[in-house]
Design a protein around this ligand. Structure first.
Ligand code: ADP
Length: 264
């Protein structure tokens, strides 16, 4: 068990996927998935490309809706089933509240190119959360310090390296103080020499303990270091899950053994 396990604050999951199936047309990408994530838990999703990892994340962000099944965040249902089994979107206000509990960082940073780093980080605080500018700047500077970019606040994204841009994207998500952070292959668009600085920032956030983190990654050493639990998906199902030691040192299924052998 890793060091983060003692920081779990309750046995009630903060995220609960229940019997989730997701199809795109004829193609079923998730099959009857059940997954509970505890508050403060660090979960790494690993698996081959196309195994449904990003879909798991997008469902949580309500960027996709399930074909069947339910998802709860912090005890609140993301969608409601109609009597005849039809899915009803929760109203906008409700979705907004649930989304505000989740921060997401993607492979592509999507910073606003015409705004300084500071403004990229304060934009949502000021315009979505309506926090006064001085307070927003204060919070942003604190976070930019944590990701090692305090000296770049007045620069524009084009003046930064890929690793620095990704750290801004992390700061922008963190500043909203989400309860859950989702990191979806955040280093896969980076030059190899820039990967370490981004992973180090994520490790530092993880070591602070409280935040629930879901990490989709192809960096196995990173997953081993950060995660309390590794989940291996293949073909739209969870094939195996357990502690890093269980999965990496004693993979049971042939599919996981074959997947891991590619990283040796
Ligand atoms: P992973 O993150 O493990 O690579 P994804 O969740 O991105 O897997 O994708 C799972 C499968 O779902 C892939 O075959 C992908 O092509 C398909 N898929 C994902 N999003 C869509 C979509 N919007 N429309 C059609 N197919 C999709």
């Amino acid at each position: 068990m890793s060091q983060n396990i003692q920081t779990f604050t309750s046995d009630e999951p903060i995220v609960r996927y229940k019997n989730i199936t997701k199809s795109f047309g004829e193609h079923t990408v998730l099959k009857e998935l059940d997954l509970d994530i505890l508050p403060g838990e660090k979960v790494a999703l690993i698996g081959p490309s196309g195994s449904g990892k990003t879909t798991i994340a997008r469902l949580l962000m309500t960027l996709e809706s399930p074909t069947s099944g339910t998802i709860e965040v912090d005890g609140e249902m993301l969608w409601h089933m109609h009597k005849r089994g039809r899915l009803i979107s929760a109203n906008e206000k409700h979705l907004h509240r649930v989304r505000s509990k989740i921060g997401m960082v993607f492979q592509h940073f999507n910073l606003f190119p015409h705004m300084t780093i500071l403004r990229n980080v304060t934009e949502a605080l000021i315009h979505v959360l309506k926090i006064p500018k001085a307070e927003a700047n204060h919070r942003a500077l604190e976070i930019l310090e944590r990701v090692g970019l305090r000296d770049h606040t007045n620069h524009y994204p084009s003046q930064l390296s890929g690793g620095q841009k990704q750290r801004v994207a992390i700061a922008r998500a963190l500043v909203m103080q989400p309860r859950i952070m989702l990191f979806d292959e955040v280093t896969s668009a980076l030059d190899p020499e820039l990967v370490g600085e981004v992973l180090d920032v994520i490790k530092a956030i993880a070591s602070e303990g409280d935040m629930t983190m879901i990490l989709i990654t192809h960096e196995m050493d990173f997953a081993r270091d950060v995660a309390d639990r590794i989940i291996f998906t293949d073909g739209g199902v969870i094939v195996e899950q357990g502690t890093p030691a269980e999965l990496f040192e004693n993979p049971k299924s042939a599919r996981l053994q074959s997947f891991l052998s590619r990283f040796m």
